[in-house]
Every structure is written in C-alpha cells, then in structure tokens.
Design a protein around this ligand. Structure first.
Ligand code: NAD
Length: 301
C-alpha cells in the first residue's frame, strides 16, 4: 500500500486527504490545528504528531498550505520534509504559491534526491469534496506519471503543463480569470437589483448563454443571498493577485483588468473582510454605487 503524508488539512486539504483514503491510500495527516487531523482519522486516515512523524515513512508527500513562506518552511526547514523524508520520495505541492519559489524548491529537492511537482488546483471546496479538481502540474514528465493515481483520486482534469513552476503560472492565469469574472458578476447583480429585476431567473438565463460560467453559477447565489462563508477566502485570493501581478510585471505583460480586480480584493481585505469568501467582492461594488446597507455580511450558509 502506498503511504501518502498529507500536510495542511484546511478547507481544501482535508477533503483531498479523505478522497485519497477512499481511493485506497494509507494517508497520514498533519495540520497546525488538531480538529482537522481528527476529521481525517474519522474517515480512516492516520494522525501524525509533526511533519517529521508524517513524512518519515511516506512514499508520497502532499502539501496544501496557504502561502509561499508556509511551503518553503515546511519543505526546507530543519524539521521539514527535505531533512526528514525518505530519499526518492515524490513531493506534490498542491498549494498556490509563487512560480519562481516552486522552481527553486524543485531544484533544491532534486539535490536531496527528492522528486518535486507543483500541482496547484482549481475547483474550490466543492471540487475538493467531489474529487473533481482541475490540477495544473509542473515538473518532470516521469514524476507526473508516477503521481497519476494520487491526481486521479482528487481531480478530474489533470494536465502536465511544463517544467517545475509551470503549474503555478497556469494557476496564476486561473486566478486572474476568476477575479475578473467575479467582479463582473458582482457588477451585473448590483445593476440587476438597481432595476428591480428578479435576480435568480436573470442568473439562470444568463447562465445558459455566453455569459455562463462556473463563477456565475457557483458564486452569484452567495451575492444574491449575501452569504459569504468561505469557500475561498478573500485574503488567499488577494495573495494570488499579488502573485499574478508580480509575475506579469516580470514578464512585461500588462494586466489592466486584473490589476483593477486586484484592487477590489485588496480593498475588501483592508476593510476587515479578509476572512469572507471572495464572492464578497460584491460588497465593494455595491458600495461604489451607494447601494447596500451597513448590515454585517452574513457568513452562515
Ligand atoms: P486553509 O487556510 O483552509 O488551509 C490551510 C491549512 O494549512 C490550515 O488548516 C492550516 O492550519 C494549515 N497550516 C498552515 N501552516 C501550517 C504549518 N506550518 N504546519 C501545518 N499546517 C499548517 O486554506 P485552503 O483554502 O485550504 O487553501 C490552501 C491552498 O490552496 C492555498 O494556497 C489556496 O490559495 C489554495 N486554493 C484554495 C482554494 C479554495 O477554494 N479554498 C481553491 C484552490 C486553491
């Protein structure tokens, strides 16, 4: 049986680890807070007391952590993966981090006889629960082939997109599209409400035409109902817009619409809403039109 160490059992990592258990892997999980580990154990996984404990006997090590410094710390720290895992282990980082950091980690890992893939995902909490994530993978083709059974357990559309770091570049493009689309969906709902048009049927018919998208169908209901329980936290999307803005600048690529979307998410975070679902960008657009009240946004589903 293949042992997978899974580090970072949050909104995304927990259901992904559970899907690996269901697919027949021996999953040993570690997370900074313990309730998430307990949830994995309740579904047939094993608990680790530390990163070292999780990785020491693992064939495959998966990470699903918030940001670049978290992944760098967990992989390269004294009590981290590179210093304590078995040589030859396959490391799959599912987190969304900076592409240049992913490329550096892959190089460092290779030096320590590890194989490292960057494999950021899209599809949200629902995709993680359903095991239908889109996974964009950077790294060596042979390592991609070896990771296939893991990818198949958590994802549906899994594509090798190039060398180390490439997965993160594709994910940055993904976040650009999602942020821009979210902003326009929010604007459309503010506009519809201003005219007193019933928003639910409007969203249904818009979804059947060229304006249809997963962002529209999954996120418009949050905006209409003012329920912003994450999902995908504003502060994480704000982090991703920092990644794509910096990477685009380095490449000399102008992203005017993306920059505007980044400002809206940044403003939301600055106003104390970093913990809400990113669909809460609706609140900023509502405010720009002098609409919406002072009511505290609802975070209950
Ligand atoms: P999350 O905050 O819910 O989960 C992260 C988990 O990592 C938490 O449980 C936290 O306790 C744990 N953690 C952090 N530092 C740790 C450490 N040093 N040691 C052990 N555990 C540690 O975040 P999430 O929403 O699951 O997102 C994880 C990653 O996936 C992020 O990079 C995010 O951008 C990306 N992502 C999220 C979504 C989404 O819809 N939530 C979708 C696609 C990609």
């Amino acid at each position: 049986m293949t042992t997978v160490a899974f580090i970072g059992l949050g909104i995304m990592g927990r259901p992904m680890a559970i899907n690996l258990v269901r697919a027949g892997f021996d999953v040993v999980g570690f997370n900074r807070s313990t309730p998430s580990i307990d949830a994995l154990v309740a579904h047939g996984g094993r608990a680790a007391s530390s990163v070292v404990d999780a990785v020491k006997d693992a064939d495959i090590i998966a990470t699903m952590l918030p940001d670049t410094p978290d992944v760098v710390g967990i992989l390269t720290g004294e009590n981290g993966v590179f210093a304590n895992a078995r040589p030859g282990a396959l490391i799959i980082d599912f987190s969304t981090i900076k592409a240049d950091a992913s490329a550096r980690l892959a190089e460092q890992g290779t030096g320590g006889d590890f194989r490292v893939l960057d494999a950021p995902v899209s599809g949200g909490e629902q995709g993680a629960i359903e095991g239908t994530l889109s996974i964009m993978v950077g790294g060596e083709p042979d390592d991609f082939d070896d990771a296939k059974a893991v990818f198949d357990a958590v994802g549906k559309t899994v594509v090798h997109v190039g060398p180390a770091g490439s997965g993160q570049i594709v994910k940055a493009a993904n976040q650009l599209i999602v942020a821009g689309t979210l902003g326009l969906v929010a604007e459309a709902i503010v506009f519809l409400e201003a005219y007193g048009v019933k928003t639910e049927p409007a969203i249904t018919v818009l979804g059947g035409g060229l304006a249809g998208s997963t962002v529209l169908s999954r996120k418009a209901p949050n905006m209409i109902n003012r329920t912003f329980t994450p999902g995908f936290r504003v502060e994480l999307h704000d982090k991703d817009m920092g990644i794509v803005t910096e990477a685009a600048r380095q490449a000399g690529v102008a992203i005017p619409l993306g920059s505007l979307a980044a400002e809206l998410l940044g403003s939301l975070k600055a106003n104390g809403h970093g913990g809400l679902d990113h669909s809460a960008v609706f609140l900023v657009l509502e405010q720009l039109s002098g609409r919406g009240g002072d009511e505290t946004p609802n975070t209950d589903n």
